[in-house]
Design a protein around this ligand. Structure first.
Ligand SMILES: [Zn+2]
Length: 328
């Protein structure tokens, strides 16, 4: 319902969905595909390198820019070298002056913002898709900030075409100025988060999910730009609610438990009060308390340093209008 409310405000829509007007958007011609924002998430690294090798720069009406976002971290096969690049794209960090002590990744964020943005400007690429892997069993996820009709339509399209793995959407309720990840630089943007895949490892099944997602996005853009009308509808999305840390030793702050086997690999399976979430090293089970929520990023390797064992989300239904390209 939130989407309808939002539609009323931003697009002058009124009434229930079947009476919604078709909303028109300018063509989505300039598409940036980024990989290696985290240097040890290999699907995006090899996807971008392959597209560069094949010189894929234009597909029909869509001009394509491929970017290896964090080459230094890719070379080192690390998530980052000095600071997490995918936390550097807030308005505050992008407008901070560069000094001798500015970390490499923040310098890189400024370069990427100049190349693909500037964030929030007319010059920004029309769509930015950033390719990520997770060690969690999340299948293919689209992660985005605002309720963006273009992104929701692409999501629905991909979901209708890929049936071999679950395709889900995760919405982060964060204002554009605070949006910290690379996809926020585009006029429209989302991340593909695909797993499970260990850091530094390349798996063909996971690579193919990423490739299918990218190919279907390009296919959708071509159909949209050539005048197809995409019918409105609704999709399910998971909205971030909160993060859960590991139980810790109060004296040392070291973790004192692992993800419980019943939670491991069960991303997006509803957690009810009393369901096991951790197994302590002394053999005690820690149970979920409070409201029923959906876990995701369960046992994500990169989140140990962020003191996050998993995130929890609420499931909601997002309703969106029919859209078509705006004719000059
Ligand atoms: Zn990542």
């Amino acid at each position: 319902m939130a989407a309808i409310e939002e539609g009323k405000v931003s697009d002058g829509l009124a009434g229930p969905l079947d009476q919604m007007e078709c909303v028109s958007f300018p063509p989505v011609n300039r598409f940036a595909i980024c990989g290696g924002t985290h240097g040890n998430e290999t699907s995006g690294v090899y996807m971008v390198r392959e597209m560069q090798k094949q010189k894929i720069e234009k597909v029909g009406s869509v001009s394509i820019t491929t970017v290896l976002s964090n080459p230094r971290a890719v070379d080192a096969c690390k998530r980052y070298t000095e600071t997490d690049l995918n936390r550097c794209f807030t308005d505050a960090l992008l407008s901070a002056p560069i000094t001798d002590s500015t970390p490499y990744e923040l310098r890189r964020a400024h370069e990427l913002n100049a190349q693909l943005g500037p964030k929030g400007s007319e010059e920004a690429v029309d769509l930015l898709c950033d390719l990520h892997n997770t060690t969690a069993n999340m299948g293919l996820c689209l992660i985005f900030y605002s309720l963006d009709w273009i992104t929701l339509h692409i999501y629905k399209y991909i979901q209708s075409k890929i049936t071999s793995v679950p395709v889900r959407a995760i919405q982060l309720d964060i204002a554009p100025s605070e949006a910290y990840s690379l996809e926020a630089v585009g006029k429209h943007g989302f991340a593909f988060e695909v797993g499970p895949q260990p850091n530094g490892v390349l798996r063909a099944d996971i690579f193919n999910m990423v490739k299918e997602g990218v190919d279907l996005t390009i296919e959708w853009l071509q159909q949209f730009n050539s005048g197809s009308t995409f019918e409105g509808g609704e999709v399910e999305a998971f909205t971030f609610a909160k993060s859960v840390d590991y139980p810790r030793d109060p004296a040392t702050s070291e973790i004192a438990a692992a993800i419980h086997p019943q939670l491991q690999d069960n991303d997006f399976k509803l957690l009810r009060p009393g369901d096991p979430i951790f197994l302590s090293f002394s053999g005690e089970t820690v149970k979920h308390e409070g409201e029923e929520l959906y876990p995701f990023f369960v046992n994500e390797c990169a989140y140990y340093e962020k003191k996050t064992a998993f995130h929890l989300a609420r499931k909601s239904t997002l309703t969106f209008p029919s859209i078509r390209v705006k004719k000059d």
